[in-house]
Design a protein around this ligand. Structure first.
Ligand code: MN
Length: 156
């Protein structure tokens, strides 16, 4: 099986002879992994990742996942990461992309309600976070800024 093509940008930013981050292997049957990694890089942020099409779709959320209804947080779309990244914790060496420390803030699974180019609606079942969440691209199609917020559970 070919290596996952969506990881080209991820690999081009990293020197795997220096960092212990995973290089990413082969595609496998799609699962439903959800993970948030606390990343103390030059600026603290939280990397929000959802497994989709054999990779982890990823957003950097400076203020972390909102747990209060209606609170909207900026989420910047970043390059796809390999599935193995979901269990990565440790330090990224100085001089490498994202240098700093990574720890898992939350992990679990998610269910997709809707996955469109500009709006993603999911149910998160994490150890810390659970419930219905929405990611929506704000500004124009194709730009990398999204908003992440918790939405009301559907009733009835
Ligand atoms: Mn990061």
């Amino acid at each position: 099986m070919d290596r996952v093509e969506g990881l080209g940008e991820y690999r081009s930013k990293r020197d795997f002879s220096v960092t212990r981050e995973p290089e990413g292997g082969e595609a496998r049957v799609s699962g439903r992994t959800y993970v948030v990694q606390e990343h103390h890089a030059r600026r603290l942020h939280y990397d929000f990742r959802l497994e989709r099409d054999g990779v982890l779709k990823s957003w950097a959320v400076p203020k972390g996942v909102p747990e209060t209804l209606g609170e909207k947080r900026l989420a910047i779309e970043v390059e796809d990461h390999p599935l193995e990244y979901a269990s990565f914790e440790g330090s990224i060496p100085e001089g490498e992309y994202g240098a700093g420390t990574v720890s898992i803030w939350d992990r679990g699974t998610y269910e997709t309600i809707a996955w469109g180019p500009d709006t993603i609606e999911i149910i998160i079942k994490g150890e810390r976070v659970s419930g219905r969440y929405v990611l929506t691209r704000f500004r124009k199609a194709g730009e990398k800024e999204w908003l992440l917020f918790r939405a009301k559970e559907k009733t009835g």
